[in-house]
Design a protein around this ligand. Structure first.
Ligand SMILES: Nc1ncnc2c1ncn2[C@@H]1O[C@H](COP(=O)(O)OP(=O)(O)OP(=O)(O)O)[C@@H](O)[C@H]1O
Ligand SMILES: [Mg+2]
Length: 270
């Protein structure tokens, strides 16, 4: 029923999990065209972030928050705003925009149908990492031709609503569903090295080295770790981090174009 992360996922399928970075959502008309087109050809699950939008609402409402390790420390007041923005405005707008493109999108959060179970991250308040995925509801929706659009919230061990990093949510869903591809679209052209140049392929060792050196920081830390985890349980699957604003980005991400940063399970041979 669930994939706890440690268990092996099913063989990679034609399913694609696409994560839309919150920072790209407002300017992504042509990206949404691509998501709609792709979803007419193969099963697609969309996960969205909304970090920039949550920040702007928190500021507007005078609720202070801070980031630690790329995760927003979320108290009860911040959670209320976060849930309202992610499950409310961000999700509903995305569903509407996809539906306007002929895509049979259905909005959900990780709370609905117990989709995402989380484990509290110590010291971060109402923030959880994905510990299990309940996939039946998604499989039912996908089989009926729907495109699930998922806001990154989860229930923790005590049944409390928690904020989850959207990349972690996307990776958990990709793993749980045995997706063949995980595409993390963001606002940069991939992971950049110390020289500021995009790194075309990265494995766990190099990623952790660059995190320790402070070269990979902010939201890129949970992103690359999620991509690595999303891959680990699914041999044959592939993950990529790319700029959602690039032309034809989805088709190129699913092909073998030199695009973004491909996450590889094994480091390159020397
Ligand atoms: N080495 C790096 N290479 C590229 N980007 C990096 C690096 N280190 C830190 N970053 C930052 O990571 C950011 C992307 O992560 P961020 O969490 O901000 O966006 P997102 O995940 O696309 O959106 P959301 O969090 O709303 O879902 C980039 O905009 C960049 O500022
Ligand atoms: Mg992020």
């Amino acid at each position: 029923m669930t994939d706890g992360g440690a268990s092996a996922a099913a063989a990679p399928s034609g399913l694609v999990v696409v994560k839309l970075g919150g920072t790209t959502i407002t300017e992504q008309a042509q990206l949404l065209d691509q998501v709609a087109e792709l979803s007419s050809a193969r099963p697609v699950v969309v996960v969205h972030g909304g970090g920039a939008r949550v920040t702007s609402w928190l500021e507007r409402l005078g609720v202070p928050t801070r980031f630690e390790d790329g995760l927003r420390v979320t108290d009860a007041a911040a959670l209320e705003v976060t849930a309202a923005v992610l499950r409310g405005a961000a999700n509903v707008e995305l569903v509407a925009a996809l539906r306007a493109r002929g895509c049979d999108a259905v909005g959900l959060s990780g709370v609905d149908g117990g989709l995402l179970a989380g484990r509290r991250v110590a010291g971060k308040g109402f923030v959880a990492s994905v510990s299990a995925v309940r996939t039946e509801l998604l499989r039912t929706l996908l089989a009926a031709g729907h495109v699930p659009v998922i806001a990154p919230l989860a229930l923790d061990e005590d049944g409390a609503v928690c904020n989850v990093n959207a990349d972690d949510a996307a990776a958990g869903l990709a793993r749980g569903l045995g997706a063949g591809r995980l595409v993390l679209l963001t606002d940069v052209d991939g992971i950049r090295g110390a020289d500021g140049v995009r790194i075309p392929r990265i494995g766990a060792e190099q990623a952790e080295r660059l995190i320790a050196a402070g070269v990979i920081g902010g939201g890129m830390v949970p992103k690359v770790r999620a991509a690595l985890r999303g891959l680990a349980a699914a041999p044959g699957a592939a993950a990529i981090i790319a700029d959602g604003a690039g032309p034809d980005v989805l088709r190129r991400a699913l092909g073998d174009a030199d695009l973004g940063t491909r996450i590889v399970a094994q480091p390159e041979p020397a």
